[in-house]
Design a protein around this ligand. Sequence first.
Ligand code: NAD
Length: 360
Amino acid sequence: MAQKHIVIAPGDGIGQEVTAVGKKVVEKIAAKFGHEFTYDEVLIGHLSIEAMGSPLTDDALETMRNSDAVLFGAVGHPKYDNDPTAQMRPEQGLFRMRKELGLYANLRPIKLFDELLGASSIKPEVLKGADILFFRELTGDVYFGEKGRKNNGNTAYDMAEYSRYEVERIARKAFEAARTRRKKLCSADKANVMETGRLWREVVQKMSLDYPDIEVEHQYADATAMLLIKDPRRFDVIVTANLFGDILTDEASQIAGSMGMLASASIGDGTGVYEPIHGSAHDITGKGVANPIASILSAALLLDISFGMKEESEMVIKAVDNLLKAGYRTRDIADSQTSSDKILGTEAIGKLVLTTLDDL
Ligand code: NAD
C-alpha cells in the first residue's frame, strides 16, 4: 500500500475530456491494489487565463511542485492560433510548468499495438514489432535561446544553445533506459552544420565509454527522419535535442497510427508530468469522440516511472490491449474492418477500460 498525491491538470479542449478518463483509471488501480492516492485539480492554459489572468498561477505551480506526479491534458484555444501577437498565451503555462519543475527529459514510447497495424500509413510488415523510446531534451535549443527581429523587423532569429551539462543529463537518462531494453542508443543531431550538434556528439561519444554494453550510433536528424519510416525496427532508444525531438516524435506518432494513442512523460529531478502527445484538438472538442487512450497510457507511465508501480502500469496497458483485441475503437483508429457498433466515444471507451481492469 502506497500513499501518493497526484495533481490533475486537464488544461483545455479535449484535455478536459481525456484527462477525466485517465484519472478514473488511476483511481481504479488505487482501489484494486489498495493504494491511497489523493488528488488536487489545477487550471492551466486558456481556461487559467480566463479565470485567473495567467496561463499558470504561482499557486497552481506550487501545488504541482508539492505533489508526487502530475497528470496533464493539453493547452490551447483557436483564438491564439490565429493571433501570433497575443502577449498572454496558453502554451506559456506549459513552458512555465516544464521550466519551473525542471523537466529536462521528455520520454515518448512509440509502440504499436498489433491490432492497430492496419491503422498506420506504413506497411504492416515494415512496422510489426517496432518499439522505440524517444528521449527529447526539453529545456534548451531554439525554444529558450535569444530570439528577435532586426533589419526593421525583416529578419528574424532564434538562437540554439546547449551546455555540456544539459546534453550529459539527458544522454545519461537515455543510456540508462537503453540498459533496461535492447541496449541500443541512437543519438540524432546535426553535427555536420550546427555547433550545438558537434558539442552534442562529442558529449555522447565521451559518455559511451562509461556504457560499453550499449551499442551507440550517431545519425543526422534528417537521416533519422528517413530511417524511422524506412525501417523503424532498427531503433531502440533515440536521444535528441528539443527541436529535432519535437519533429521526429510527431513523425514517429504516425507509426502508432494516431496522435490519440501516444503518451509521454516529462521528467527531471523532482515531480514528473505525464501527458498525451496530442494538443487540445479544437476540431473535436465537446463532441465526445476524443480518443482517451493516450491519457490512459500516460497514467500507466506515471504509475511506472514516478511511483515504480510496474505491475499496476502493465495492467493498465493490458486492459487497453484487451479492449483493442475485442475490436473496440474510437473514430480516429477505426478502419474499414471495424463494425460500427464497436466505434465508441471517449466516455464509453473509458468505462470499458475500467470494467476490463475489474476482470484482470
Ligand atoms: P492536435 O494534436 O490538437 O490535433 C491534431 C489532429 O489530431 C486533429 O485533427 C485532432 O482532432 C486529432 N487528434 C488529436 N488528439 C486526438 C485524440 N485524442 N483523439 C482523436 N483525435 C485526436 O494538434 P493541433 O490541431 O495542431 O493543435 C490544436 C491546439 O492544441 C492548438 O491550440 C495547439 O497550440 C495546441 N497544442 C497543444 C499541445 C500541448 O498542450 N502539449 C500540443 C500540441 C498542440
